[in-house]
Ligand binder design. Structure first.
Ligand code: C2E
Ligand code: MG
Ligand code: MG
Ligand code: MG
Length: 358
């Protein structure tokens, strides 16, 4: 591209850019062997019913323990894996690992309602691989009931899906696997179209939830919120323990996410008190979306729920479930096992903003 655009030529000599490109290449070429070498790990983040505060599922989120670059979040490598097709192999590994883990939890904790596992699926897995056969085989091999598996696809993966993707969605749905639309609201958001697909859940993109910090009528915001925006006000106890076990991965993840997850959809003018922008239109749209989704038989899970106020408002407008730092960051499987073993199986989304372990 540098050749094609004279103005960009200088970037060839920009050491930072060059380093970035080298890293990209290093990462891309290492993807395939890394799957075989077992360098990927899954963390799990609870999905919590807003009415009652009980976790009913977990989302599996992949990380790469890179021997050279340390622990990498998916934003660093999923795009590359999609480009070179290694996502198919990686995706299969994620699916198998997540299903095996969910089955393990189910067997180890017969006394509590089983958690379903929600797995992200890339577009190419639907188009370039036999996703249906893979899922069928993995369910068979792991013994996980199909009802305990949810697949998350983005709108762009299913919009305009005729032929192969539609047949795949139908077959998966017939097997009892649930299909959720991830990051809902960031694409075309054609609900009428989605409702005709075998889709049963929407995951409302975090950019909508950002505007949910405060009541729409309340345009002024406490100054302190500016600093705490990305932090739950009270760290869940379990999480604190985890982070003090010498595992600093979540700090790295947070830095990466800060730029990429839950960004507001539009900057808007900061409120007069200098707090984060709050858009009343977001609240109106989300409320309407939730109502419409329910009438179309879809459940709604909100992403990036970071504060108790957001959870409470989402609950009041009828949103079914939430996921976010308020409840728990993504954690290793053992932490989910501890949650199940504690017998509580609940996270209290109370007004103090406390999460697990309280
Ligand atoms: P996603 O599927 O929308 O997952 C939610 C992301 O939001 C995760 O980032 C999660 O850690 C982050 N998050 C959760 N709660 C909060 C919160 O309260 N505040 C903030 N700021 N962020 C929160 P993560 O783990 O970095 O993953 C990023 C994306 O990478 C995912 O977005 C998904 O699109 C993709 N991804 C992750 N694992 C896989 C995978 O196994 N396969 C594929 N194809 N994509 C994956
Ligand atoms: Mg997802
Ligand atoms: Mg999402
Ligand atoms: Mg998202």
């Amino acid at each position: 591209w540098a050749k094609a655009d004279g103005k960009a030529r200088w970037t060839l000599f920009d050491p930072e850019r060059n380093a970035h490109r080298v890293t990209r290449q290093a990462l891309a070429s290492g993807l395939r062997p890394a799957v075989e070498r077992g360098e990927f790990v899954l963390d799990y983040q609870p999905l919590v019913e807003l009415a009652g505060g009980r976790p009913h599922g977990v989302e599996a989120l992949v990380r790469w323990r890179h021997p050279q670059f340390g622990l990498l979040t998916p934003n660093r490598f999923i795009g590359l894996a999609e480009e070179d097709g290694s996502i198919v192999q990686l995706g299969r590994w994620v699916l198998r690992t997540a299903c095996r883990q969910a089955r393990r939890w189910q067997l180890d904790h017969p006394g509590v309602p089983p958690l379903f596992v929600s797995v992200n699926v890339a577009v190419r897995q639907v188009w370039d691989s036999d996703l249906v056969a893979d899922v069928a085989q993995i369910l068979e091999e792991t013994g996980l009931p199909a009802e305990l598996l949810q697949l998350e696809l983005t709108e762009s993966a299913v919009m305009g899906s005729a032929g192969r993707p539609l047949r795949a969605l139908r077959a998966l749905s017939d097997m009892g696997v649930r299909i959720a639309i991830d990051d809902f609201g960031t694409g075309y958001s054609n609900l009428a179209y989605l409702s005709r697909l075998p889709v049963s859940a929407l995951k409302l993109d975090g950019s909508f939830v950002r505007g949910f910090q405060y009541e729409t009528q309340t345009q002024t915001q406490p100054q302190t919120q500016t600093q705490t925006q990305y932090e739950p006000q009270t760290q869940p106890q379990a999480q604190t323990q985890y982070e003090t076990q010498g595992d600093t991965r979540h700090e790295t993840q947070r830095a990466a996410r800060h730029e990429t997850q839950c960004e507001a959809r539009h900057e808007g003018a900061p409120s007069e008190s200098g707090g984060a922008p709050t858009d009343p239109a977001d609240a109106v749209i989300v409320e309407a979306l939730v109502q419409l989704a329910h009438r179309l038989g879809l459940t709604v899970t909100a992403e990036c729920v970071e504060t108790a106020q957001q959870a409470e408002r989402l609950r009041r407008i009828g949103c079914d479930a939430g996921q976010g730092w308020l409840y728990s960051r993504p954690v290793p499987a053992e932490r989910i096992a501890e949650l199940l073993a504690s017998g509580r199986g609940t996270c209290q989304a109370d007004t103090e903003g406390s999460g697990f372990g309280n």
